[in-house]
Structures are given as structure tokens and as C-alpha cells.
Write a protein that binds this ligand. Structure first.
Ligand SMILES: Nc1ncnc2c1ncn2[C@@H]1O[C@H](COP(=O)(O)OP(=O)(O)OP(=O)(O)O)[C@@H](O)[C@H]1O
Ligand SMILES: [Mg+2]
Length: 403
């Protein structure tokens, strides 16, 4: 037995790879440079100049579609502004918070408080007290902070905008000069709706809108990221333009990088010395574009069941869309199989609309049906088989959690 494992080790370690470091392509890695975003970076610096010069807190909104570099830009900027501020003797902290994992404004505030009081217990005091702990700490230690609320749209959708309201009000009420600047990061501006007009205004005053990347820009970005991750000469020259072309439809750099990563993996699996266009095509067939698999973690049980019903129906029918009635039948089958009680028609439709709003499905009215009310539901450009696997995985873990 021991020998066998030895062999596996040796074999795997000796295996030739096209990569020097594949992890450089993973979503969490923050690259040193962000080609094609210099102008936006400069704009961000301009927005925050008053903070550095006159300690006047700022509010900025960064918007743009999926994978356009909102998170990467903010995090890069955060690292740099901390450095610049400290050089000039200002205590400035950049705190980046992904709000998507947070269910309540309490847990969001707690994350901020933990930055300064790492051992603070997760219960005990109210929200107001958390806020005043935070402000007194900032005041007593002469600290300024920039809090980046990433994916704030997800949070507001679930928990409302109270926390934004508190964070924008906190310094005004404490009667001291504001020490908290905010960067709200969101795919769109809808989350602002719950705020009063003046507060909305302060965000809309400084908006940084990131446009989807063009094919040329994606090519430049991919070339830069390729150099970090691959051995020299291991990516055939047509590969990068091909990936850029495929992903320019959405302008999504994350999708482009995932394609490059997978193409490299497939090349390795096939023991190919170079990554070829063929590997890109194979990668494309196995990647879910546009929507992120982890976004599925936010779906409720029945939303997942509706999605699974849709995917299964699409697979068996071999058509591009299903009609509402067919979806409902399939949904009932799925519920039966998983021993869940199906919800009524109108509830099912509300799940469907949430799936549409989150970008999982497309819903179009149709006129061809005699009853007139029916709709065509489709998945745009998503390999149904991959999606099915993913939905099943999420469903399983969700159901495990519940029991
Ligand atoms: N200009 C760029 N240069 C190099 N890499 C980039 C650039 N823009 C984006 N990326 C990379 O692409 C991926 C997606 O970027 P990022 O996560 O910042 O997108 P996002 O706009 O925050 O997307 P989402 O709306 O899904 O949160 C990351 O891995 C990031 O490092
Ligand atoms: Mg992001």
C-alpha cells in the first residue's frame, strides 16, 4: 500500500505542467497591476484627495457589471491609500467587507468592530453601542477609516438599508468630525432606494462606473495575468485572443480568467505541453458564464428546486426554452423526488422572478400560447449539465444543513 501512494506522489510531482503558479489565476488573488483601469484608479484617488488633505470623509459609489474589476480596484486602492496616509502621519485604515455573507446589520457592524476589538463577543450589546464603540475608538486613537461595503446590493435586498443609514449618520450625531468614509460597491444603484434623498445624494455625487471590458482590453489583461501564472511559451498565441473574444460578450474578466485557468488545467490533464484553442473550447463547455456558482448559496430551497426543474426540463426537451406550464410540471416532479411540498403557482412564479432578477434565467412573455399568459423561460448560454450538477450540489448541502 505504502509503495503505491509513494508512486502516486512521485508521478504527480514529476508531471509536467504548463503553469508556474496556477493559483495566480484564482479569484481571491489580487494582482499587482490592473491594466485598463488606470483612469478609474486615478478618479478614485481624486475622490479621496480631500480626506488626505483636509480629513474630510468621503462617500463613493463604485458600480459596474459582473467581473469588471470593482472589488480588485477597491482593494488595490485601499492598500495604496493606507500606505500613502501613514507616510504623512495619518492613521487611516481601509476595511473591505463582503456584505453578501452577512445576514443582519448586526453581523455587518460586528465585522467592522472586530477590526479594532478582535475578541469582542458576538452578542451582548445592541447595535447602537457597537456604533458608539467604533466612533469612540476612532476618536480616542485619532484614526480614520474607509469602509468598503462590497456587494452591498445583496445585503440591502435581504436586510434593508438601515445599516447604511446608521453608518452615514453615526459621525454626524456624535458631534465630532466624521472619521468614517464609505465606498459602496454594487452592480447597480437600486440599493440606494431605501435611503433618504440627501443620503442618496452624497453617494451619487461621487460615482465611479466601470464599463464592461472590450475584447482588446480583455486581451491585455489576460496577457498580463498569463505571464504570472504560466511558464513561458506554454500558451499558444491564438489562445488569448480566443478567450478575449468569447468573454467580450459579457466583458467579464473573471469569466475570462476562469477560462484561461481551466484551459490550462485541461492541457495538463491531456499532457499537452502547450495550451491550445481546443483546450479553450473544452473549458468553455464546462464553465458557467455570467452567473457565479457561489451566488447559488443565496438561493432558498424552493428557488433551487425551480432552477433544477428548469434545467432538467431543458435537458430532456432539447429546446432553448420551456413554457411556464412545463416548468411547473417539472417542478412538481422534482419536489416529489426530493419529498418537498410544492408551493402554489403564484409562489412558484415569485421564485422564478427572483431567479430572473439574480441573473440565473431569462423570462420572456410569449404570444403563441392561446392562454396568452404563458412565458418562455431559458438559460442564456449556460451549459445545462454543469448547472444541474452545481444546483444539485448546493441543494444537497442546504438540505443537510436543515436536518
Ligand atoms: N484590469 C484588470 N487587470 C487584471 N485583472 C483584473 C482586472 N479587472 C479584473 N481583474 C480580475 O478579474 C476578476 C474579477 O474582478 P473583480 O472580482 O474585481 O470583479 P467585480 O467587478 O468585483 O465582480 P462582481 O460584480 O462579480 O463582484 C478578479 O480575479 C480580478 O483580479
Ligand atoms: Mg466583486
Amino acid at each position: 500500500m505504502g509503495l503505491m501512494f509513494d508512486e502516486i506522489f512521485r508521478e504527480e510531482l514529476e508531471k509536467e505542467s504548463v503553469f508556474t503558479d496556477a493559483s495566480k489565476l484564482l479569484p481571491d488573488y489580487l494582482p499587482e497591476k490592473l491594466p485598463c483601469r488606470e483612469e478609474e484608479y486615478r478618479q478614485l484617488v481624486r475622490f479621496f484627495k480631500p480626506l488626505l488633505e483636509t480629513r474630510c470623509p468621503q462617500r463613493v459609489l463604485i458600480t459596474g457589471k459582473i467581473g469588471v474589476g470593482k472589488t480588485a480596484l477597491a482593494r488595490r486602492f485601499g492598500q495604496e491609500i493606507e500606505r500613502v496616509a501613514r507616510k504623512s502621519g495619518m492613521n487611516l485604515d481601509y476595511i473591505h467587507i463582503n456584505c453578501r455573507g452577512k445576514r443582519t446589520s448586526y453581523s455587518l457592524l460586528l465585522t467592522i468592530v472586530h477590526r479594532y476589538f478582535p475578541r469582542w463577543p458576538s452578542r451582548g450589546v445592541g447595535e447602537g453601542e457597537l456604533l458608539s464603540m467604533l466612533t469612540s475608538h476612532l476618536n480616542n486613537h485619532d484614526v480614520f477609516s474607509i469602509i468598503a461595503l462590497d456587494e452591498i446590493d445583496y445585503f440591502v435586498q435581504l436586510s434593508g438599508s438601515d445599516v447604511l443609514y446608521s453608518l452615514t449618520r453615526v459621525s454626524e450625531e456624535s458631534g465630532t468630525p466624521g472619521r468614517i468614509s464609505l465606498i459602496a460597491i454594487s452592480r447597480n444603484r437600486d440599493f440606494l432606494k431605501g435611503l433618504d434623498a440627501p443620503t442618496q445624494g452624497t453617494f451619487l455625487h461621487n460615482v465611479l462606473e466601470l464599463n464592461p471590458y472590450t475584447a482588446d482590453q480583455l486581451e491585455e489583461i489576460l496577457k498580463y495575468r498569463m505571464k504570472e501564472a504560466f511558464k513561458r511559451g506554454r500558451v499558444q498565441e491564438d489562445v488569448i485572443p480566443l478567450i478575449a473574444e468569447i468573454s467580450s460578450r459579457s466583458g467579464d474578466a473573471r469569466f475570462a480568467l476562469e477560462l484561461l485557468f481551466r484551459a490550462g488545467m485541461i492541457a495538463d490533464e491531456e499532457k499537452s505541453k502547450v495550451v491550445l484553442p481546443e483546450h479553450v473550447r473544452a473549458a468553455k463547455a464546462s464553465v458557467l458564464p455570467e452567473l457565479r456558482k457561489d451566488a447559488m448559496g443565496d438561493l432558498t430551497l424552493h428557488e433551487l428546486l425551480v432552477l433544477l426543474a428548469l434545467v432538467r426540463r431543458l435537458k430532456t426537451s432539447n429546446r432553448a426554452y420551456v413554457l411556464t406550464g412545463e416548468l411547473e410540471k417539472s417542478y412538481h416532479l422534482v419536489c416529489e423526488e426530493l419529498k418537498e411540498r410544492p408551493r402554489q403557482h403564484s409562489r412558484m412564479l415569485s421564485y422564478l422572478y427572483r431567479l430572473r432578477d439574480l441573473g440565473f434565467v431569462e423570462v420572456q412573455p410569449t404570444t403563441i400560447h392561446p392562454k396568452g399568459q404563458t412565458q418562455k423561460i431559458s438559460l442564456e448560454e449556460v451549459p445545462a449539465r454543469e448547472l444541474e450538477k452545481e444546483v444539485e450540489k448546493v441543494l444537497e448541502s442546504l438540505r443537510k444543513e436543515e436536518t
